[in-house]
Design a protein around this ligand. Structure first.
Ligand code: PDD
Length: 283
């Protein structure tokens, strides 16, 4: 059975949905997106994702009035229901719509293109989590508006593929000798017995999972510091994990063949993994 997706107010079997080659998302990557996990047929932290979508839209100059958020909300529920998504994710992409010609300057009155579709993803099992993952360190050569969840992901795509080519799970990014985030995740470290993650700025995405994890850890009386973290501190960390909506806590046990801590998944990482899983199971 072909999956059903939502495009500009209508539902289509995925292969029948079409957009114009003049769409600015296609020509310029002129758009923003969200990826929302679905657990037990329920979108997880939907409000937080839609809030961030609104922030991204605002930052690129698409106004709230141009987007029907309640329709997006309804479409997500409809897609989960008709496609019978249980453990899945929902991808939303909003671009600045179709132009008459390829031109940098956009017409403020363009109607944004709104696409919502299901997106399968690989969820790691407990034995994979307990074994841990590897990473490499790379220069963060992306633009300095990484707080916008933009569909212009060329640098992230190149960095993630470089990591994959090196048989690593993630590229951990450093700008001006400071940790920013991963190519597709936020990063936490345990250093001097304190959990640390980079403070929010235009250099990294305000991860929905990151923010929830910080809240949950603090509620469990585990201190978390949002601060600058140097490259040296990353490499000498006791523990490291990456967080994202697809896999909330992914332990990193080596970076560029340097063992992190004991080289085994640490206690704080496993605690974070458990706290997050308990929260998801009760959601
Ligand atoms: N990416 N930083 C970057 C660059 C990301 O691409 C992501 C997630 C995150 C984590 O954000 P969140 O916890 O809100 O998922 C941080 C998604 C999953 C993606 O692009 O597919």
């Amino acid at each position: 059975m072909q999956e059903i997706l939502y495009l500009n107010g209508s539902f289509f079997p995925s292969e029948e949905a079409k957009i114009s080659v003049m769409d600015r998302g296609f020509l310029f990557g002129d758009g923003v997106y969200e990826l929302i996990p679905v657990y037990k047929s329920k979108p997880f932290l939907l409000d937080q994702h839609l809030d961030r979508l609104e922030i991204s839209l605002n930052l690129i100059g698409i106004t709230k009035e141009q987007i029907n958020f309640s329709e997006i909300n309804d479409a997500i529920n409809e897609l989960i229901s008709v496609n019978q998504y249980k453990e899945h994710s929902i991808y939303i992409q909003i671009t600045r719509g179709v132009d008459k010609a390829r031109q940098h300057i956009f017409d403020k009155n363009n109607k944004p293109t709104v696409l919502i579709m299901g997106q399968p993803y690989k969820k790691y099992c407990v034995s994979e989590i307990e074994k841990g993952f590897t990473a490499c360190i790379q220069d963060d050569y992306r633009w300095t508006k990484a707080n916008i969840k933009s569909t212009s992901l060329l640098a992230n795509v190149m960095l993630k593929n470089l990591a994959t080519k090196m048989n690593r799970y993630e590229a951990i990014l450093i700008r001006d000798n400071k940790l920013t985030e991963g190519s597709a995740s936020n990063v936490f470290i345990l250093s001097k017995d304190i959990i640390k993650t980079p403070k929010l700025s235009y250099k990294l995405l305000s991860g929905v999972t990151r923010n929830l994890l910080i809240d949950l850890l603090r509620k469990n009386t585990i201190e978390v510091s949002e601060c600058d973290i140097s490259k040296e501190e990353v490499l000498s960390a006791q523990e490291i994990w990456c967080s994202s909506s697809t896999n909330p806590v992914v332990p990193i046990v080596t970076i560029d063949d340097i063992s992190i801590g004991s080289g085994k998944v640490g206690k704080f990482t496993l605690d974070a993994y458990k706290i997050m899983n308990d929260y998801i199971n009760q959601y």
